[in-house]
Design a protein around this ligand. Sequence first.
Ligand code: BLA
Length: 518
Amino acid sequence: ELYPFKVDLENCDQEPIRFIQAVQAHACLVAVDLDTLTVRFASENTLQHMGRNWESILDRPVQEVFSFEVTAQIPVGLNREDGFETLNPIQAFFTIGAERVLKNVVINRSGDYLLIEVEAASQFLHASRYQQLLSRAITKIQRLREYDNLFRETAAVLRQVTGYDRVMIYRFDGEYNGEVIAESREDHLEPFEGLRYPHTDIPKQARELYLKNRVRLISDTTAPPSPLRRSEQAGDRHLDLSAAGCRGVSPIHLEYLGYMGVSNSLSVAIVQEGKLWGLFAMHHYSPRFVDVSIRNMLLFVGQIFSGHLSLQMANRYRQESLNRNLARLAIGEMITKTRDIFEGLTVGTHNILNMFQGTSGASIQFDGRFQAYRTAPPQEMVNELIEWSRQQNELENNLIFHHNRIAREFPEFDPYRDTAAGVMIVFLNAELTDWIAWFRPSIPQIINWAGKPEKEVIESGSGTRRLGPRKSFARYVETVEGFSSPWTKEEIDLALSLRITVINSLMQRYSEVKQVNE
Ligand code: BLA
């Protein structure tokens, strides 16, 4: 069976997509057992891509199936533990019918097997043209100095060099929900920029695959996949296709692309510090095959982009932390000058209401006095929250509490979630009776989705009914609703250093008062 796992919207994070025993039509796959160097798996479409039907190559030694250009790349006596790297692609001729055809061969290792893929080699891609495209993309990216332009310009240059209809920069947040932060598209296409999508649209196991295999081509969403056939000698373990570019695509994802009207999708992982930061996500509205050399080029451009991004982020971080420290010091001076913590924290150009992006309100409790600013929830509610937060173990350094969806932990806050979905509290004294609290609104969610919310159920081939996109959309709203933007580590650190500044300014004030009295 092609898809032994029945996938629906509830279980798609469990779907073993590495083990889908089929390949996409644009390539064929042959798996060679490392111990015996014989073929144990072959996709049904080998005839079309390498001129031999799958029955005739199963259980044959690899030298009988591939020419010397290919077999020369396979080291003799390769062990399970050994690393394996060929320079992919290998160009080799195959006799297909009456013709000799030049093909690209890609070899990867999968446990005890070598996965050998054979696919078309683009005749139009001359080395000089390739060089030109690559250098254009890289020069452009490296010239970009403004963090904000980086994304839009990169999308534009990628579309220019690849000819895709739509190129998006898709960025993940801390929970792996995603946002299209920039795009370049054909004029007649509907814009996706600014749209957010739930983490369930790219399930965990799919995201993990991107760390191993950073380019994913889905060449034609309408082409029937080619099933993998196995030799009797292969046992009954499924072959792990993680490393294969032509790995068959999850039926639910094909359905999803279908709703978007997309025929082809190419994505490239952007990795920062070992974690998936985002994707270059490209769509084409007709099927198209992209040569492996171009895919490798995009992989490389992705790496350059990623390096440039780290650099820009570090610059931006340095600038921001400078600004933050200036703001903190200005607040400290204002407390000293006004001799009033309430005024000092709130009246100056720099104040606690503009210190953190997106602050909707704040409250201060000091020395038995309480003040609320802007849209802070009512005093008695805030007091209850403070009381509750004091008992939380996760009170960092015993001084700070923060949450970006407080109503989930403390349901009494549910009525205030539009303006106070997120909260950060910093306690000023060890008794936890004096504090500053910041509130953040929930992030407005754009009610638009890649699926079609109006479609309720989908009739699948076998007569079983699957949950359609509306259900997924409802879940999307549920997963993203009621969150504020997260409190970052830098913001938490800033709140803690503000605390020290406030205490120092207060001490300075008391010592002055003391001096005057003496
Ligand atoms: C994979 N889902 C993906 C990928 C993207 C998205 C980019 C990577 C593969 C690709 O490039 O097509 C999602 N694509 C998007 C989003 C946009 C886009 C959000 O262009 C926005 C503009 N997907 C679902 C649900 C399930 C699901 C509900 O929406 C599960 C029930 C599964 N998505 C799913 C799977 C994959 C995937 C299994 C991996 C496909 C593969 O690599 O084989």
